[in-house]
Design a protein around this ligand. Structure first.
Ligand code: NAD
Length: 296
């Protein structure tokens, strides 16, 4: 299938390469010449513009930074260049309001569209093991499934347009708040004289157990693969967690939902990012809580 791919950054580059590996003919466009060169090296065809990538494509995938980029790329190029029947898939993490608005515009033009944000980082994008949470009609989901399946290990229908973004930000708000809670529990445990490994051995088998503890444990040692063992390098950057928490709190305001834990987590990550922690894995927030954080 001929697929247009717009946005070949950290995530999109690996995703487009996996579409090529699955046998698709991928026409790629990015504002960055470097990103485009890497996509070409992975077997994509370089397009001279977003419209050129969309021209003649049966499906278009976008993987862009934020809602304003998505609104602009669809409004300025994709909608005008897409032939009737083209399937549009936006995999970026963006605000629910923009996802719904772009989905409504697509429907008004007779184009099928899904919002399909991902869980999993750059390694999962490269390995083709992302999880996609998809918003859109059942018919659009059925068409999107095999394309997304070539880039991921799980493709889940979350509901109508915007539901994929809603699932993504709710999940990441829970993750952000649970990481902060896990980190403060380790700080308190140590101050109360409990060894970190001992606390882990107990809590990871007790009711405090959660992903932030057992997969990304914020103290080095108990989980050898966790970023805390690599000076909090790699993993999921605090800046990206902050972005998702902002989207969640903004969405909560728009529907009058009370999210005090999410809002508190947003404040803590904003403070951590402002103090030089933006590029560190989000589990490094423990250093803000125990007072040991010093920006390099
Ligand atoms: P990135 O900044 O590395 O890549 C975005 C790319 O979009 C860049 O190459 C940029 O040049 C390109 N771009 C921007 N505006 C454009 C335009 N108008 N036309 C064409 N190209 C344009 O970002 P990323 O890390 O790949 O993240 C992409 C999306 O995936 C974001 O919404 C992010 O929140 C989400 N996400 C990222 C991760 C992660 O671990 N990096 C994990 C899950 C979800």
């Amino acid at each position: 299938m001929r697929i247009g791919f717009i946005g070949l950054g950290n995530m999109g580059g690996g995703m487009a390469a996996n579409l090529v590996k699955a046998g698709h003919d991928v026409a790629a466009f990015d504002l960055s010449a470097d990103a485009l060169a890497r996509a070409a090296a992975a077997g994509c065809t370089s397009a001279a513009s977003a419209a050129a990538a969309v021209d003649g494509a049966a499906a278009v995938v976008t993987m862009l930074p934020a809602g304003n980029h998505v609104a602009a790329v669809y409004g300025d190029a994709v909608f005008a260049a897409a032939a009737a029947g083209t399937l549009l898939l936006d995999c970026s993490t963006i605000d629910v309001a923009t996802a719904k608005a772009v989905g409504t515009d697509a429907a008004a033009r007779g184009l099928a569209m899904v919002d399909a944000p991902v869980s999993g980082g750059i390694a999962a994008a490269n390995a083709g093991t992302l999880t996609f949470m998809v918003g859109g009609t059942a018919a659009a989901f059925a068409r999107a499934q095999p394309i997304l399946g070539a880039m991921g290990k799980a493709v889940i229908h979350a509901g109508a347009a915007g539901a994929g973004q809603a699932a993504k930000i709710c999940n990441n708000m829970l993750l952000g708040a649970s990481m902060v809670a896990t980190a403060e529990a380790f700080v308190l445990a140590q101050k109360l004289g409990l060894d970190a490994q001992t606390f882990f051995d107990i809590s990871s088998q007790a009711s405090g157990q959660c992903w932030s503890m057992t997969s990304y444990c914020p103290v080095p040692g108990p989980v050898p693969s966790a970023p805390s063992n690599r000076d909090y390098e790699g993993g999921f950057a605090a800046a990206l967690m902050l972005k998702d928490l902002k989207l969640a709190v903004e969405a909560a305001h728009s529907v009058d939902a009370s999210v005090p834990m999410g809002a508190q987590a947003e404040e803590l990550y904003a403070s951590f990012a402002a103090h030089g922690g933006a590029a560190k894995d989000f589990s490094a927030v423990i250093k803000l809580l125990d007072g040991s954080w010093r920006a390099d």
